[in-house]
Design a protein around this ligand. Sequence first.
Ligand SMILES: CC(C)(COP(=O)(O)OP(=O)(O)OC[C@H]1O[C@@H](n2cnc3c(N)ncnc32)[C@H](O)[C@@H]1OP(=O)(O)O)[C@@H](O)C(=O)NCCC(=O)NCCS
Length: 211
Amino acid sequence: MATYFIDLSPEEMRRRLGDALSVYVDAMRYPRGTEEQRASMWLEHTRRRGWKAVAAVDVTAAVDVTAAVDVTDPAGQPAVAAEIAAAPLLGVAYGYCGAPDQWWQQQVVQGLRRAGRNPAEISALTSSYFELTELHINPPAQGRGLGEALARRLLSGRSEANVLLSTPEINGEANRAWRLYRRLGFTDVIRGYHFAGDPRAFAILGRPLPL
Ligand SMILES: CC(C)(COP(=O)(O)OP(=O)(O)OC[C@H]1O[C@@H](n2cnc3c(N)ncnc32)[C@H](O)[C@@H]1OP(=O)(O)O)[C@@H](O)C(=O)NCCC(=O)NCCS
């Protein structure tokens, strides 16, 4: 058995969308049925500039895993490529380049203005950033470092100046997501923020790139 980290093309994301959304719903403990509400949004995101997605899969069959060094391009190793293509997702993460016409950026800019940040600060934060939109590991596979590995793979080689994300506020920052983001050096951008239409409080966190 071996865990592989792979990049997902937009076509692969479309093909694996059901599995990816199941990981998301289980990880976030959302009610079943949330998948259908999110599907079109995740697909729309694949068309955004700078979109990148990564995944972790477990390959259990007897393939020559030692030969599979470059899992980004397993072409030429058909047995491995076929195993990876059929392997269930343990985790998925994606993001894209933030832009002024995106709802999320508009919300964040509004929050920064309300927090009294001046236009130069707002521009420095938002003129060039990668939005880390989703990062989820299937609950039985959590706590093994897969989330960190996916985040690092997703953020490697980006050309943006910053990475920004939002995560639900949790008392004492006491969950794996918070521990991971702090370990990776994310700092507060806005705390206790309410996105339009969502009663939950979120934190916007960020850090300069490269990681
Ligand atoms: C947040 C989440 C993505 C983190 O992924 P993860 O794989 O569970 O966690 P990490 O990669 O940070 O792994 C770190 C944990 O694995 C352990 N670990 C074991 N081997 C490890 C290794 N080789 N490298 C790093 N950590 C390792 C660490 O001790 C650490 O344990 P701790 O969190 O109890 O302190 C995942 O827990 C998740 O999907 N949570 C629910 C959904 C969610 O909150 N998503 C983010 C919303 S914004």
